[in-house]
Design a protein around this ligand. Structure first.
Ligand code: HEC
Length: 158
């Protein structure tokens, strides 16, 4: 009885979602329907940007944020000189709380304005290069983190 209901629910989902999905209909009746699953979305950047950003990150950012963007484990704790260490940018820390334009601003201006120590990159990287490097950074974020970021970002950008 329950599985029959799920199949009915599944086919309803196929009907309502058919403008978005094409190839999942064949197995959807076998699985329970996960209504909490985030809707399909695409990311703002291209594979090409990620590829270019990877190189930029390794050149300019990896020395502090680590080659895999994992940053510093205890990123919430100040170091002996009273400064915050480079945080992870891989989606496990705070970066996903900020809309794209704030992330860009941080890379452009550095952390000095906020009492931090990250250097400014506005002299070294142009707008497009900063977008590329953030594309590479965001390619490390899970779909869950990315969609939460995306929702926040929509709310705050005007
Ligand atoms: C000299 C070390 C250093 C380098 C190089 C560096 N950062 Fe940072 N970064 C930091 C520190 C430290 C912070 C924490 C804020 C502060 O103290 O300024 C930070 C913060 C950030 C944040 C904000 C994260 C958040 O959770 O809000 C972003 C985004 C970021 N860095 C991206 C980059 C990118 C992209 C590059 C390369 C273009 C880069 N950083 C290069 C040290 C560095």
């Amino acid at each position: 009885m329950i599985s029959k209901l799920l199949i009915v629910a599944g086919s309803l989902l196929v009907i309502t979602a058919c403008s978005e999905t094409t190839d999942t209909s064949s197995n959807i009746g076998e699985k329970s329907v996960d209504v909490n699953k985030p809707a399909a979305f695409s990311r703002w950047y291209s594979d090409r940007q990620v590829k270019k950003g990877r190189h930029i990150f390794q050149t300019h950012c990896a020395s502090c944020h680590q080659a895999d963007a994992s940053g510093t484990q205890n990123w919430r704790e100040k170091d002996v000189s009273g400064n915050y260490p480079p945080p992870p940018l891989n989606g496990t820390a705070h970066a996903w709380h900020h809309p794209l334009r704030s992330l860009k601003r941080t890379v452009q201006a550095g952390g000095v304005l906020l009492g931090g120590t990250m250097p400014a990159f506005s002299e070294k990287l142009n707008d497009r290069e900063i977008e590329d490097v953030l594309a590479w950074v965001q390619s490390h974020w899970s779909d869950e983190i990315y969609s939460m970021w995306s929702q926040r970002n929509d709310q705050t950008s005007k």
